[in-house]
Structures are given as C-alpha cells and as structure tokens.
Design a protein around this ligand. Sequence first.
Ligand code: NI
Length: 172
Amino acid sequence: MAIREIITVPNPLLKEVSKPVEGGITDEHRRLMDDMLETMYDAPGVGLAAIQIGVPLRIIVMDISGKDDAREPRYFVNPEITWRSEELKSWEEGCLSVPEIYDEVDRPARVKVKYLDYNGKEVEEEADGLFAVCIQHEMDHLEGVVFLDHLSRLKRDSAIRKVKKAQKFEAA
Ligand code: NI
C-alpha cells in the first residue's frame, strides 16, 4: 500500500466525470482501493473518491467508525443511488480536497445504494446518518461535483481563495 497525493480545489481534475469500472474488479483495482484507504486514514478522513488522487474511476472508500473503534473499511465500485428519501437533512460537511473548510449541505436523509464491493459482489443497502451523507458526498465526486458546488457562489469563491492561499503559505 502507498499513500498518494490528494488533489485540492481548484484542480480541474475534480470537475471530471469518472468512468465505470468495466470487466470486473481486478487486483489492480484492489491495489488502488488499498492505496485510497491508506491515503484516507493518513489524511485523516472518512471517505475518499478515486478522482481525489487523480484516478477518474467510479471507486470510493469509506470508514465511518468512530476513531476509537476498530476500523471498518468499506469499498464502493460503480455505486448507484436507487432510492432517496424525500426528507432532507442538513449536515456540516468537509472534504479532503477542500481542506479546513466546513459548511452545511442539505441532502436526502436516507438513500439506498447499489454497488460492487471489494470482491466484486453486488450489494444493495440503505444508508442513513453519516453513512448517507458520506456516500452522497463521495458520489458527487464521481460526477465532478464538490460540496462547495452546493453552496452560494460567494461562499464557494471565498473557500477556493482560502484553500489557494493556505497552499501558497505551505509552499513558501
Ligand atoms: Ni470530498
């Protein structure tokens, strides 16, 4: 496993639509998922989409267990939302590609998601709470959308300026 570099806004790759994994899940995909997970734990974060390390494939890793609990890595390949609740819930979101910025986003409170797991088995399950927030946030990345895109233009522009400024400061 290896820790990969996480790209941040306004990197244009984050606007790319990721492609489905075709022809089954190979060892190469599993290596990618292992790297993504290690990168996510190192950051640390609770979810990561492949495009955030520059790979435009529809792959997500996640671990929403509390930091004092045993690790519960989850893998989602070609995820699809098959149902959304009408009820919305507001949650303060953050993103490893938008460091240090947090803001409230409204999303369906519960969703059903269908995907292939690490071994290529098809799974469908219902998500609520942090799981629902996280899978919807990560699936946005597959469409080239970051959580800032759900905010006002003013908030989005200001967040991007802050991230760029922080990076210049880090580089200096
Ligand atoms: Ni994100």
